[in-house]
Design a protein around this ligand. Structure first.
Ligand SMILES: [Zn+2]
Length: 472
């Protein structure tokens, strides 16, 4: 007699993840026929496959074998750390809402990579808090901004903890769910706008940020800096206290009603959330009121906005109104949004532009190729390895980490490493460049600034009078 309990349970888990039999099969390395046989009870997966299934489906092997969820995990929904599985389902639901039921395999893979890396950490709990803070802020017509590399995580994006989409450049239709990846550009904002076959304008996105640049963060005691308007200071403070009400939470105030650090400890990790009250946000809100256009409604046209950056018309745009930026803009021919993102990174790091990338750009290397972010180090090495038919993300990751912390600046690049890099045909200029870097920012950090700057530039172009009154 056939045993249907495993098949039924598998079918339920697969459906909850929005996967087709083909997609689930591809993720665990079997055909769609094999998955179909498991589900109709005519065969069962081998034990090595069970481990993969447990990873992909977000349940333990024991739950797979007994064909039911552990009751203790179902009941224990009181503490926020006990809700991790529900939070994971929230990110899967958000993916389906954004990308449709038959999400692209590349997208599924990204989510599952992050899941596998984070499942034994508390990171999802922290991302979820950021998303609750963001949504409470929006209810008040306000924003929060999370600094740092959070935008390297697709899960953080799906949960609403960051606005930065780290996937490769792609189109996504809000109407019919069509997804098209397009690697002809370095950044999704450089994709030409187009109309979907269903007739709707298809959205462009994706900043090509590998999760590897964020990997170290999820495994250590971590911290988030969250800046916000003083208007929502009281609300934000009550949100975090409510969120961690069953946990150990301590608060340290550093400047009265300006900066406060909350530290929360679980049995696995400790995390610090530093809230900063920033009056800049009051200006942005004033801009929204004066123009009747909210930040998220701004749909800037690439050429129009880029042209102003090319001309150096950046007065009133934070981070881009400095003489340092204006000097750089003169040296660099700004061809794309990606170039602008590069410039943001080049102006933020230490030992990155002066005596380094600046010389390379003058020698004729395009600004899109030089090292502006830690992600560039990883992507460049990984690309060369793939060309040689090798892939070792661990190797590229180590060099990225050592570069960003200035290890080669202090100790030089060893002869052995030079040889290894030569073997994969890494250019000499690249090796010289990593030897000069003292500190490098994550790309997600730079993209956040560029998005803000491009949005403000849109206001400057379309509402020059209001912009001048509020921002200049
Ligand atoms: Zn469509």
């Amino acid at each position: 007699m056939r045993d249907y309990s495993f098949g039924n349970f598998l079918h339920e888990l697969r459906s909850r993840r929005g996967l087709t039999q083909y997609q689930l099969g591809a993720l665990v390395g079997v055909s769609d026929k094999a998955v179909s046989k498991w589900e109709n009870g005519s065969s069962k997966p081998q034990s090595n496959i069970l481990y993969k299934l447990s990873d992909v489906l977000g349940v333990s092997v024991d739950e797979l074998l007994t064909c039911k969820y552990h009751s203790s995990e179902k009941k224990d929904t009181k503490g926020v750390f006990a809700m991790k599985k529900q939070l994971w389902n929230k990110s899967f639901d958000a993916m389906r809402e954004r990308y449709g039921n038959s999400a692209h395999l590349e997208i599924m893979n990204r989510l599952l990579t992050e899941h596998a890396e984070m499942q034994n950490t508390d990171m999802i709990v922290y991302f979820n808090l950021l998303s609750v803070l963001a949504s409470e802020a929006r209810k008040q017509g306000e924003h929060i901004r999370v600094r740092g590399g959070t935008g390297a995580s697709f899960v953080a994006y799906l949960l609403g903890a960051t606005e930065i989409n780290p996937l490769k450049p792609h189109y996504c239709c809000p109407e019919c769910g069509t997804v098209i990846f397009d690697d002809s550009v370095d950044d999704g904002w450089d994709l030409p706008k187009k109309i979907c076959s269903c007739g709707k304008e298809i959205q462009i996105d994706g900043h090509n940020i590998p999760f590897e640049t964020y990997r170290h963060v999820v495994h250590r005691n971590t911290s988030f800096d969250v800046s916000m308007s003083p208007n929502i200071w009281r609300i934000a403070n009550s949100v975090i206290k409510e969120y961690f009400k069953d946990c150990e939470l301590t608060a340290t105030e550093r400047e009265e009603n300006r900066i406060i650090t909350y530290t929360v400890t679980s049995d696995k990790s400790a995390c610090a959330f530093t809230f900063l009250a920033d009056t800049e946000f009051e200006q942005y809100q004033a801009l929204e009121r004066a123009t009747g256009t909210a930040f998220e409604r701004v749909n800037f046209s690439q050429n129009e906005v880029l042209n102003e950056f090319r001309l150096g018309n950046t007065d009133g745009i934070p981070k881009f109104c400095t003489d340092f930026y204006k000097d750089m803009a003169e040296e660099v021919s700004l061809g794309s949004f990606y170039d602008l993102i590069q410039i943001s990174g080049l102006s933020h790091g230490t030992g990155v532009w002066i005596n380094n990338a600046k010389e390379l750009v003058n020698q004729g290397i395009p600004v899109s190729n030089v090292i502006a972010y830690r992600d560039d180090v990883f992507n460049h090495i990984e690309k060369h390895m793939l060309r040689k038919g090798m892939s070792n993300t661990g190797y590229a990751y180590k060099i990225m980490e050592d570069t960003r912390r200035g290890v080669y600046f202090r100790g030089g690049v060893s002869e052995e490493m030079k040889k290894q890099l030569k073997d994969i045909e890494i250019e000499d200029w690249f090796v010289d460049s990593i030897g000069k870097i003292q500190y490098l920012f994550p790309k997600a950090h730079g993209v956040t600034y560029v998005k803000l700057a491009a949005t403000l530039m849109w206001y400057k172009i379309h509402y020059p009078k209001e912009f001048a009154e509020i921002m200049l």
